[in-house]
Ligand binder design. Structure first.
Ligand SMILES: [Fe+2]
Length: 317
């Protein structure tokens, strides 16, 4: 007995777990660390409930899954660069852009994606904590690439399996060719500065489906920053990507997390897609985020970059 309790994330969901009873002392126990990692591998998302709400605890929990990756962009806000170089702050601000969905304006909304798609390497995981919770909205969505793969129409799945998608750091919605809600409108744009940098980078290449060591296949694609399919002409590529993504949206069984101050949440970036529901632009919302190093080894650059690109975390959650 390790003294922590593991329960389902949500009734009927095929991924995710909740863990209670995690303390600084328990995290020092190798048996507890192993149990948490085993749950992570099996379930893809863990919500740690009733934990000490501090950046120190966020780093301790993050380190269970691997070493932290510092954020390469020096201008990104840190919680405490000296003590905790990997903990960044994400807040609602005019720079985050504003979108409108179903007639409602939202700040920090983001579509379904995995992090660092625009890079050749994919970080292992992210850990989030809510510092200031929006009075309304501000939920974060998670969905399982294994569930999506298993539930897709095999005919459509066969068309996308074996294909490699191209991605770029230019994440402007005006460039996104599929996967935006029907009622989506951009009110205040974002990412112009990032787009100028992105224009200097080659596309990354990632398989639409990959197989875990444990044998399960994972549908792993995102419309966010997608720039086509390797070896296909653009219009044909977007037609296929759109067909596949529409099928993803038909079968997806998401979980939406409503934050509490004492929650921390980790997700497997090689398996789980996530999205940010956004909140009213006038509301304060501050998240703290760490990134766990790693790579699944299946991504590459389409053409060699002139120099190693900064591993930009353009994500807001
Ligand atoms: Fe993200």
């Amino acid at each position: 007995m390790t003294g922590i309790t593991v329960t389902a994330l949500q009734e009927g969901l095929r991924f995710g777990a909740r863990i209670n009873g995690v303390t600084r002392e328990k995290l020092a126990d190798p048996a507890v660390r192993k149990q948490i990692n085993d749950v992570f591998e099996a379930k893809g998302v863990i919500v740690f409930e009733n934990v000490e709400p501090s950046s120190e605890m966020q780093v301790l929990i993050s380190n269970v899954f691997g070493p932290l990756k510092d954020h390469p962009v020096k201008s990104v806000e840190r919680v405490d660069q000296n003590k905790m170089p990997g903990v960044i702050t994400i807040r609602t601000s005019p720079d985050a852009g504003i979108v409108e969905i179903d007639g409602k304006q939202l700040m920090t909304w983001q579509p379904w994606h995995f992090d660092h798609a625009y890079n050749n390497e994919l970080n292992r995981a992210g850990v989030l904590r809510a510092e200031t919770i929006a009075a309304e909205g501000g939920l974060t969505g998670f969905a399982d690439g294994i569930q999506i793969y298993n539930d897709m129409d095999p005919k459509i799945r066969a068309k996308i399996e074996g294909k490699e998608l191209l991605y770029n750091l230019d994440l402007r919605y005006t460039k996104q060719r599929f996967g935006l809600p029907k009622t989506f409108r951009e009110i205040v744009g974002k990412g112009e500065e990032l787009a100028a940098y992105a224009a200097t980078l080659p596309n990354s290449v990632h398989p639409a489906v990959w197989t875990r060591k444990s044998g399960e296949k994972v549908l792993h694609m995102t419309p966010y920053g997608c720039r086509g399919i390797e070896g296909m002409e653009l219009s044909e590529a977007y037609e296929l990507a759109t067909e596949a993504w529409d099928e993803v949206e038909r079968v997806i069984e998401p979980y939406y997390h409503q934050w509490k101050p004492t929650d921390m949440l980790v997700w497997d970036n090689w398996r789980i897609l996530h999205m940010a529901c956004g909140c009213d632009p006038n509301m304060d919302r501050i998240m703290h985020r760490t990134t766990i190093k790693g790579d699944y080894g299946l991504g590459r650059w389409q053409t060699a970059p002139d120099e190693a690109p900064a591993n930009v975390d353009a994500m807001t959650m």
